[in-house]
Ligand binder design. Sequence first.
Ligand code: AMP
Ligand code: MG
Length: 695
Amino acid sequence: MWDTVLIVDWSGGNDRGASPKKDAIWTGVARAGQAEDPVYHRNRQLAEAWIIQFLTDEHAAGRRVLAGFDFAFGYPAGFGRVLTGSDDPFAIWDWFAAHVQDSPKANNRFDLAGQINARFPGIGPFWGNGLARDIPDLPRKGLARHGHGIAEKRAAEQQAKGAFAVWQLSGAGAVGSQVIMGLPVLARLRQRFGADLAVWPFEPLTPPIALVEVWPSLIAKTIAATCPPGAIKDAHQVRVLAQAISALAPEDLARMLDAPGGTAEGAILGLGHVALLEQAARAPVLRNDCFALPQGVHWTPVDQALAHLRQHLPPVAGVQPQPLAAAAGQYLAQDVTALRAHPPSPNAAVDGYGFAGPAGTGAQRLTLVQGRSAAGQPYDGTIRAGQAIRILTGADLPDGVDTVVMQEDVQATDTAITFQGPLKRGANARAAGEDMAAGQIIARQGRRLTPADLGMCAAAGIGQLLVYRPLRVGILSTGDELRDPGSTIAQGQIFDANRPMLAALVHQWGHQAVDLGRAPDNRSILRGMLDQAAATCDVILTSGGASAGDEDHMSALLAGTGSLALWRVAMKPGRPLAMGLWGGRPVLGLPGNPVAAMVCALVFAHPALALMAGGDWPEPQGFTLPAAFAKTKKAGRREYLRARIRDGKAEVFASEGSGRVSGLAWAEGLVMLPDAAMTITPGDPVTYLPFGSFR
Ligand code: AMP
Ligand code: MG
């Protein structure tokens, strides 16, 4: 029903400066249940311009937008009658649009509130003069008010626990200023978008843009539980609320929009449906126990560990529309439906002559019609029995033509053609829609777009695709002994081999690699780096420090969050993998040893990241080859050997030593030996997985 959800966290204050801050204006966008990064707006003027541009672009792209603003769309009953002489809520909007003066550094909201109060009997209803100077008719304290005759709260605020009254203009939690400073913006949006925009609950929501009132505190619990350490809550809450509303089942959202019916006070979307909203907000959030393998398993078989990842990891990246030409390598966030049949109409598969088939056996003679049908230049006359017309590859078949004879098989004069039959009806012609029918699903959500997919989508008339935003994968090495290659190095130190290797792998897999640097074996420094990482990355990929020893700080920190799962996978190479959540971000802790780090990255991180990037579970496609080596292996664990193909056989690196990084570079793939015991002699079949199959 709605393609895009926009949530605006509004502010009644002045310009907040260039760098993102709390208590400022934040906007969050979500599509298909996936949120984009929130956007900071330093003042209302810039925010208004941004919102107009956003709605204009969405509308131009044919997407329906539900735009939620976190301030009251109306006042308690009776207010409008005194202010404007009417009960029409839009009269209040227009009144404020005409009377509010606003600029980044100053506005007249307190004076205006005092002027409004003067129209009411007694004192009030507005209160909370936030300025140093006194303002006539605007008390500083709420208790100073009496006799103004209007209710303290709207019906919606009475129902919403903890909601503030619209009359309070200053002080912690006050919302009154936002309303006064927000309604003029909404009034201008109504003006600008006209019949393309409707406001809930005052109007039916048939147009492509809907304005609704929202209140993030409805799902305060989820917002608090999922806010990463150090993150700005205002930013986080627009993201979570946008994502939640966008993830709602259409019928649930319709129920929420259905509820209160045209009250002039306005209403709060989701009020009375908090559980549904919370559920939608939590759905894609990873649970603390998402990496916990079943109890009682000592060494977990590789397949079981993979099945666990496959079941428990949701997509975590936001989604964005992308022009077709820029979408290669990205993951589709939505099934793609052909907009047009391909081919759109019957056409010629060869250069030749078109006629009404079939043609009988033996010599055939047809009179040649003047003119021709070429690609892009169809012939618009009708071809009758006994006639033929010159036709070129890709040209529409004229009326009366269903068959084409190849020019190589024809003797032609200016007036006639002859050729040898028989020729079946439909020969050398393509039927309309024989490749793709209009309305047919041609690619599924989760597919990583190939160059051929772009060609197919273009042929089907699609200029833009909804894709997942590239997954930001932070890459962190841990260990006191590590130094960057190219720097000087002391006794006992080694170069960090894992970071460049893992970054290149992640890049190759189509994600965005974020270099988080090296962490020393120091718990508080590592904690700070993880906090930083959680604020900037979707997933954190670390190496080293993943076991349970004294210097294994990664596992110790994850244990402190209650989310650590130390995976003892029955495979070689591989020490324990440390999995967990930091600030709600999944952490995949690989072994430090470069050979183990790379093999574990290929086997586990590759499919895990693909899922979190919005993709399908990738299954590396191996093939069976004769071994060029001999080996005996024990039962109970899977082994991955550095391997390559030479002369049609799989050869393996001379040493299985897990410290040999040069063997990784020598290899072009892995030989995978199954969990059971096995004795291999040269020529025996083994499974070979080229590195290219982990992409
Ligand atoms: P750890 O898992 O931290 O106990 O490390 C296991 C082994 O891998 C140790 O010999 C480390 O020195 C080595 N190691 C850890 N991280 C890296 C790295 N980024 N590059 C090269 N070797 C590493
Ligand atoms: Mg270490």
